[in-house]
Design a protein around this ligand. Structure first.
Ligand code: B12
Ligand code: SF4
Length: 606
């Protein structure tokens, strides 16, 4: 858990700047989000870095992106763009309130809209305290000041609201995927929050809550609102969203025990509404679009006669090509996916690459074979290389393949992806409850096997975090970096070493890295992270070769894995699933007969 430090810049009494009250008395309902979650600058990675780096490293971001704090406004001072969550709250409220009662603004502009007339300030937040996967880990590895940059800015927002001279007149309602963090840390008073909403704003319960707040009634601390059960009830933004985020699906269906979004119903949203929201973004000045999903490959295959894990190739190709061909869309980025579909339908990956690569803003010059060196980088969960662990926490992660074959599914899927210039960011969970040294060694084996095969994914190890409401909510894994075993540290450092491979081809790269890593260790990290961290860091720095470190008994070098080929994986499928395979991918199982309709069509062509 992140321990908040006392920072005078967050003290509301230091923030009580006197402004003229808004001429119109302020808006009835003011919506906002932390600056670091609202910015639409420099692509996804900046926000991920803001969530993962401690506040004392903010200078790194400032140097790399000197303009990251510059945001765009509409003529009335409201925000030109806001995270999709804010836009949907706005849209939900506009079903009941007039447009001049509701406004969405950046934190620095709150004083322009919060006035004596304001009754609700509603905050949408993704990750206010940095206690989710990955975000907390890196700050705690790096720091005496453990607060991630994003948490600092979230707290700054709450301090500004707390310092408002009209604070007694309005209620503060918080929602979004990070609201649970405030519930769990019980920071209501400190952050000056009255109520947290768990669930989607479309719900009539949310409207009821706002009504109560406007009437000045006491609000419960937590309100759980229902998730819409069908696609028609989900609203879409008709103004600009941060990074052009438009929802594509809710839920997932693979049922991993640690997962929050999987708790939502599996819904794929209608294409016409997605396209309207894409056009609305473009109309309001956005050039980038990203479809938010847990697994892009289920779209078009939810509640059809085919199991969702056999992707609907035609539907996906049609959707994505219409999006990238929408006039005004100059950039498109992928959000989340799973890896098994790449093994199931490699031709789908190829066709999507042909459509999506030209509009991808991501360039990997040392990895991509695309003529402009473009790449696609969805976020994919690898989580563990241990079949024993995978069975416990995510037994359906690789369907239609058996979880026994999980390492092969990962390696084969990554091969297909890399061949098509997809270089995914893959998350790994370290310190799962009950994780043994053998489990960690199995994951290390998988990572070394990737290296041996020349496969590339940006590996993001994070420490197990029991997320609210999941089936692992009550479980505890590793809680501090000092508790990590030498093998767990080694896995984390090996991932980072592999990630830096494409950046190390200059003569000075490895040298700078060695000196930097060891200097940092001498200066700070050895005290923070304890003795188990020492040898993995030497391995990471490359100052002593891995071979020598293994000889010295300081690290475990993964052993070669016996991996199934795609043909062997396909052959392992249950015969009842053969009907969903696409023959044009090849590798069909022995005894496969094409489905009758296709067979008849091919005969007719003869
Ligand atoms: C797109 C996305 C991103 C993008 C863009 C984020 C942005 N600022 O717009 C990027 C890649 C930058 C990103 C980064 C991160 N993300 Co993210 N992201 C998503 C994703 C795929 C979609 C989010 C989205 O816009 N959904 C659509 C909107 C409409 O949904 P929503 O925000 O939940 O809003 C609904 C409700 O929550 C509610 N609501 C929202 N706000 C409010 C406010 C009020 C007052 C009320 C009443 C209701 C309400 O109503 C809305 C619907 O009507 C989700 C997964 C998902 N499917 O939700 C993960 C997800 C939200 N991200 C997650 C994480 C962990 C991160 C990172 C910490 C990852 C990292 N380590 O770097 C960072 C944090 C970034 C930061 N600044 O701190 C987790 C959050 C886990 C948690 N908090 O418990 C999720 C759930 C993914 C996951 N499977 O774990 N992310
Ligand atoms: S595959 Fe990903 S989104 Fe789906 S249930 Fe597992 S962790 Fe959740």
């Amino acid at each position: 858990m992140i321990t908040p430090r006392k920072d005078p810049s967050l003290d509301p009494s230091n923030l009580q700047v006197t402004h003229e009250p808004p001429a119109d008395g302020g808006r009835l309902i003011v919506l906002t989000a932390p600056l670091t979650e609202a910015i639409d600058h420099a692509g996804y990675f900046i926000q991920m870095a803001l969530a993962s780096l401690p506040i004392w490293m903010e200078g790194v971001i400032n140097r790399k992106y000197p303009k990251w704090r510059e945001v765009e406004h509409n003529s009335d001072g409201s925000a030109r763009y806001m995270p999709a969550g804010v836009r949907l709250v706005e849209k939900s409220l506009l079903r009941e309130y007039r447009s001049d009662d509701v406004v969405a603004c950046f934190p620095d502009d709150l004083h322009k809209f919060v006035g004596p007339r304001t009754r609700v300030v509603a905050v949408s937040t993704h990750n206010p305290l940095g206690v989710t996967f990955a975000a907390g880990v890196y700050t705690s590895i790096f720091g005496s000041s453990k607060m991630p940059i994003n948490s600092h800015y979230s707290r700054l927002l709450f301090s500004k609201i707390k310092a408002s001279p009209y604070r007694d007149n309005f209620k503060v309602i918080v929602g979004g995927s990070g609201g649970w963090q405030i519930i769990q840390t019980n920071l209501y008073e400190e952050l000056s929050v009255d109520c947290i909403v768990e669930g989607r704003s479309e719900s009539t319960d949310t409207l009821e809550l706002f009504r109560k707040a406007i009437e000045g009634q006491e609000l419960p601390r937590v309100v759980e609102v229902k998730h819409p059960m069908d696609r028609e009830q989900i609203l879409f933004p008709d103004t600009r969203t941060t990074f052009g985020v438009v929802e594509m699906t809710t839920g997932c269906g693979r049922r991993c025990k640690f997962c929050v979004p999987d708790l939502n119903p599996q819904i794929d949203l209608p294409k016409d509404k997605i396209m309207d929201a894409v056009r609305a973004n473009v109309r309001h000045g956005n050039k980038q679009i990203s479809l938010a999903t847990e697994d892009m490959f289920i779209w078009g295959q939810v509640h059809t006669d085919t199991p969702f894990y056999f992707p609907n190739r035609e539907a996906l190709v049609d959707l994505y090509s219409d999006i990238v061909n929408t006039p005004g869309v100059e950039q498109h980025v992928l959000s989340h996916s799973t890896i098994a579909p790449a093994v199931v339908d490699p031709l789908l990956i190829k066709q999507l690459s042909d459509i999506l690569l030209p509009k991808s803003p991501i360039h990997f010059p040392l990895l991509s074979s695309h003529r402009q060196k473009k790449a696609l980088a969805p976020l994919i969960g690898l989580e563990t290389g241990s079949v024993r662990m995978a069975k416990q926490i995510m037994s359906s992660k690789g369907v239609p393949f058996s979880i026994e074959d999980w390492p092969s599914v990962v390696l084969e899927g990554l091969r297909v992806l890399n061949e098509n210039n997809w270089f995914p960011a893959m998350t790994l969970i370290v310190g799962n409850p009950g994780e043994t040294d053998e489990d960690v060694m199995a994951t290390i084996d998988l990572v070394y096997e990737m290296e041996r095969r020349g496969l590339f994914a940006f590996l993001i190890p994070s420490i197990f975090t029991p997320l609210h409401d999941t089936r692992m909510e009550k479980m505890e894994g590793v809680t501090q970096t000092r508790q990590l075993t030498p093998l767990q540290w080694q896995l984390m450092m090996k991932c980072w070493k592999m990630n830096l491979r494409p950046g190390q081809y200059s003569w000075w790269g490895p040298m700078a890295w060695r000196v930097g890593a060891i200097g940092m260790w001498l200066y700070k990290l050895r005290r923070l992270n304890g003795p188990n961290f020492t040898w993995p860091l030497w391995m990471f720095s490359g100052a002593i070769s891995e071979k020598n470190l293994q000889r010295m008994g300081k690290i475990y070098r993964g052993k070669p894995l016996k991996v199934k080929t795609r043909a062997e994986l396909i052959a392992s499928l249950k015969p009842k699933d053969w009907q969903y395979l696409r023959a044009d991918n090849g590798d069909m199982p022995m005894g496969y007969a094409p489905p009758l309709a296709a067979h008849a069509a091919s005969l007719a062509q003869m």
